[in-house]
Design a protein around this ligand. Structure first.
Ligand code: UDP
Length: 457
């Protein structure tokens, strides 16, 4: 029986649950027992997605849940409402859960691994005399920015509510990515200033709570972000975390929607290095005009494409044109509701990834050597676009005209990224470097080993 029991707590969003589940699977391989805590709402959604695929829950990770404080019918996409509710309800729910587990389980919880966006959980753990680890599922640069909030305030770059004092480009250190102040993550989240303030204050309180962490680990690698890790050496890279290690794609028990695996058979029918894969993660929504421009751009490109259109991508409205578009373009193009993305990006027929540049999607594209077309939407996606286009030079940005990315821009950039072999060459070189860091002798590999030794000590 395992002697070490860890409680893992992700922020309740798809892009946080998946990497923490990947981390959990890595820890299980070292004989560590994991209790993975979702919110009740997400837990139900994950169970529903698993059931729809006819899959069972694995026994080695115990999946459980606590309430987030919101009613079932309320959308969790309103981040300010979710944030306020998390703060009010979840700390005491977590404490009760830990007490309950420690009374009933033969192996007591000895460590809490919490998402940095749930760092308040580390204070709960400290109060209960439990060890503490903060996990960051996005770029080290973004965490470095968040940890620099006080400096940004002192330097007059932002106001006390997080609003940039002016739109300008800054750099945290001479080699770090250029950051546009209007693209600061907290200025990109939420509907209005009130929402921004709530999210900004939540980030600040999590920064404070992180001070009780014994470790701060990050799903990135010094190969991808050397300057960020030099600027903030307290952040330790252990990534890229992937479920494709050894080319084996396990069932992650973390998807909010059932993956449509029929697209893998469709990919098998396509020539190598020919398909445009289009996916915008779990949050992005589009209006009808933008959705139509994208569809027409894909049609005009004359390339095979695989497009993920979530059922809620247009806020639940079912645009009839999409069905007609799909019928007209199949089999050259295929549309699915949710893809097994890591497997798709690993497939030899994929030539390019048109992405919203969420950090997980970015890491998944990079570790498969796939060039990008960047369509950032909010939060840290603009910063990730800077990495992709300006620093690693493995992709191109799509430019907006009057707020819209037009079909001509889409076809033009598809052509450019596919015709210039430099993108693929650089993407393959970057892939090697990123993957080497989790192999024997790599820095992420060593950090992870040290981390596991510490947990089990
Ligand atoms: N994803 C997936 N199938 C899809 C689209 C996305 O499995 O059809 C996964 C993707 O592999 C990634 C996560 O969902 O791990 C999205 O995280 P990301 O940080 O890219 O974006 P977010 O959803 O947080 O905006």
């Amino acid at each position: 029986m395992s002697a070490t029991h860890i409680l893992v707590l992700p922020y309740p969003a798809q892009g946080h649950v998946i990497p923490l589940m990947q981390l959990s699977h890595e820890l299980v391989k070292h004989g560590i027992k994991i209790t993975f805590v979702n919110t009740d709402f997400n837990h139900k959604q994950i169970m529903k997605a698993l059931a729809a695929k006819g899959e069972e829950v694995r026994s080695e990770i115990r999946l459980t849940s606590i309430p987030d404080g919101l009613e079932d019918g309320i959308s969790r996409n309103c981040l300010e409402m979710l944030t306020e509710s998390i703060c009010q309800v979840m700390p005491k729910e977590l404490e009760m859960l830990i007490k309950e587990i420690n009374q009933s389980d033969s192996v007591k919880i000895s460590c809490v691994v919490a998402d940095v966006s749930m760092a308040w959980a580390l204070e709960v753990a400290e109060k209960m005399g439990i060890q503490r680890v903060a996990f960051w599922p996005a770029s080290a640069s973004l965490l470095a920015l968040s940890l620099s909030i006080q400096k940004l305030l002192d330097d007059g770059i932002i106001d006390t509510d997080g609003t940039p004092t002016k739109d300008q480009i800054i750099q945290l250190s001479s080699k770090m990515p250029l950051m546009r102040t209007e693209h600061f993550v907290w200025a990109q989240i939420g509907e209005d200033l009130k929402a921004q303030k709530i999210v900004f204050n939540y980030m600040r309180s999590n920064n404070k709570a992180m001070q009780v962490a014994h470790w701060v680990i990050c799903n990135s690698t010094s190969e991808l972000e050397p300057s960020a890790f030099a600027y903030a050496p307290e952040i330790l890279p252990i990534g890229p975390l992937l479920s494709s290690k050894g080319n084996h794609f396990g069932n992650l028990e973390g998807s909010f929607w059932p993956e449509d695996s029929t697209c893998l058979n469709w990919l098998d029918q396509q020539p190598d290095n020919s398909v445009i894969y289009i996916a915008f993660g779990s949050f992005t929504v589009f209006d009808l005009t933008q959705l139509q421009e994208l569809a027409l751009g894909l049609e005009l490109s004359n390339k095979p494409f695989l497009w993920v259109v979530r059922s809620d991508v247009n806020n639940g409205e079912n645009y009839a044109f999409l069905k007609a578009f799909e019928d007209r373009l199949f089999p050259r193009g295929k549309v699915v509701g949710w893809a097994p993305q890591q497997q798709v990006l690993h497939h030899p027929s994929v030539a390019c990834f048109l992405s919203h540049c969420g950090w997980n999607s970015t890491i998944e594209g990079v570790t498969n050597g796939v060039p990008f077309l960047c369509w950032p939407y909010f939060a840290d996606q603009f910063l990730n676009e800077t990495y992709i286009c300006d620093i690693w030079m493995v992709g191109l940005s799509l430019n907006r005209k009057d707020g819209i990315i037009r079909r001509q821009e889409i076809t033009y950039k598809i052509k450019q990224v596919l015709h210039d072999e430099g993108f693929k060459t650089r993407a393959l070189a970057l892939k090697e470097r990123a993957i080497n860091s989790v192999k024997e002798g790599g820095m992420s590999n060593q950090n992870f080993k040290n981390f596991v030794d510490w947990i089990r000590a």
